[in-house]
Design a protein around this ligand. Structure first.
Ligand code: ASP
Length: 306
């Protein structure tokens, strides 16, 4: 039976750690410094992206290529979706091409699970609506573990449009399962009280509408983009940067060892100031991208039984 990766919710610490360990072993290859074993030789992966992507799509392609596999890419725009073919029908047809795995990004929350119930090949969720983005959650964890070597007792803030962020949900599940404490920070409109109950380990989750009050005790601050393509479509409030942006002044109040993360794409001058995003001492933003390749190599191998 095909092995899927649909979400991090419900994956236990052992499962997460095994994937992170495997990803770590792929870091030299992900950086282009080593040639990995061609564990995906002869394997065919369909990359189905019905929503925009830069990092995730290219890094799944890079991961597939590094392991000796081949990719076929389909983007929503330019596919038969514009002729009225349903999401499921498109996936069934791609499955019928004999692919070994499909990587799927969709605006439909639960879309990857829908495909997994209906196709023969392995399904890897590359972001389904506002629900989950499991490989992003894993690369966030790998980035944190590479810096601190542990999760236990770490204080992480995830800041911004929590309500509409699949990145926040996947990171929240994984980080709390691994022992970190997570404070979700955002304006009341983008941070519903119900978010506190999302994680299995509720005692490791706090909610705050006051970014300034959380800065002092942090090890990690993860900034999010306002998801204009989802419910936040009304636009970014004019005082958003002032209240929830990681400005130069706020970054100066973070503990010296605190790292700055962002899944990208970064809206400079909105959620993060230029000099904070580019601060090589704190910012992990480009390292996250490299770690994403290693994580996706690990996930592809895991799902394809290598
Ligand atoms: N790239 C991430 C995602 O697809 C984050 C974002 O778009 O803001 O969810």
């Amino acid at each position: 039976m095909a092995r899927h990766l649909l979400q991090l919710e419900g994956v236990d610490a052992e499962g997460l750690t095994a994937l992170l360990d495997r990803a770590r072993s792929h870091l030299p290859a992900a950086r282009g410094e080593a040639t990995p074993a061609r564990s995906m030789d002869g394997r065919l992966v369909a990359q189905l992206f019905f929503e925009d992507s830069t990092r995730t799509r290219l890094s799944f392609e890079a991961a597939t290529a590094r392991l000796g596999g081949r990719s076929m890419a389909l983007q929503g725009a330019g596919s038969s979706a514009s002729k009225g073919e349903t999401f499921l029908d498109t996936a069934l047809n791609v499955d019928a091409l004999g692919v070994d795995a499909m990587v799927v990004r969709t605006s439909i929350s639960g879309g990857a699970a829908l495909l997994a119930r209906n196709v023969r090949c392995a399904v890897i969720n590359a972001g389904d609506g506002r629900r989950e983005h499991p490989t992003q959650g894993l690369l966030d964890c790998l980035t944190i573990r590479e810096v601190f070597g542990r999760f236990d007792g770490l204080r992480v803030a995830i800041v911004g449009d929590i309500a509409n962020s699949r990145v926040a949900r996947s990171a929240l599940h994984a980080l709390t399962t691994l022992g970190a404490h997570v404070t979700l920070v955002g304006p009341p409109t983008l941070l519903p009280a119900s978010m506190a109950g999302v994680a299995h380990h509720r005692d490791r989750v706090a909610l705050s509408h006051d970014l300034d009050a959380t800065l002092g005790g942090l090890d990690v601050i993860m900034m999010l983009r306002v998801q204009l393509e989802r419910a936040a479509g009304g636009g970014v409030a004019s005082d958003y940067r002032e209240l929830f942006g990681l400005t130069h002044a706020r970054a100066a109040r973070l503990p010296g060892h605190c790292i700055v993360m962002h899944p990208g794409p970064v809206n400079r001058g909105v959620e993060v100031d230029d000099d904070v995003a580019d601060d090589v001492r704190r910012s992990q933003i480009l390292r996250q991208v490299t770690h994403g390749v290693a994580v996706r190599m690990a996930v592809l191998e895991h799902c394809l039984g290598r």
